[in-house]
Design a protein around this ligand. Structure first.
Ligand SMILES: [Zn+2]
Length: 135
């Protein structure tokens, strides 16, 4: 996380400096991780000016900020969640209900935004998911 203190008398000068810093910070973030979600909260840019700087997955929130607006922005930027199932006692997780092995009885079900860290991931589900992603 970066923090800046801007000491300039004119609001216009402050806006120009902040805009230049934000341009550089966003460019650096995008060069390292292009799809990293970014939320920009500032009182020094208009909504239009803020959105002009941001590219990729990002939200701009002008100050004063309401808590609900921030929560909605976070929800929009979070990766979509999927329902994962595995047969009771099995270590193999399934994500596609079109999988021939999709558990329909005696299963454990969890919601994740990415494949579960523990256990294995079904190959058939991986193929079906990849096909959906490329459409
Ligand atoms: Zn499967």
């Amino acid at each position: 996380m970066r923090s800046f203190t801007i000491r300039a008398e004119s609001v216009g000068v402050r806006r120009a400096i902040i805009r230049q810093i934000l341009d550089e910070v966003i460019a650096e973030v995008r060069s390292i991780q292009p799809n990293l979600p970014v939320i920009m909260i500032t009182a020094y840019l208009s909504e239009q000016g803020g959105k002009a700087i941001l590219q990729g997955p990002a939200e701009f929130i002008p100050k004063p900020m309401r808590r609900e607006v921030l929560l909605e922005a976070v929800q929009r930027l979070l990766p979509p969640k999927s329902v994962y199932r595995r047969k009771s006692g099995s270590t193999v997780w399934h994500v596609s209900s079109r999988c021939t092995e999709w558990p329909t009885e005696k299963f454990e079900e969890q919601v994740f935004s990415s494949p579960p860290a523990s256990g294995e991931f079904c190959n058939e589900c991986a193929v079906k998911q990849k096909k959906n992603d490329s459409c």
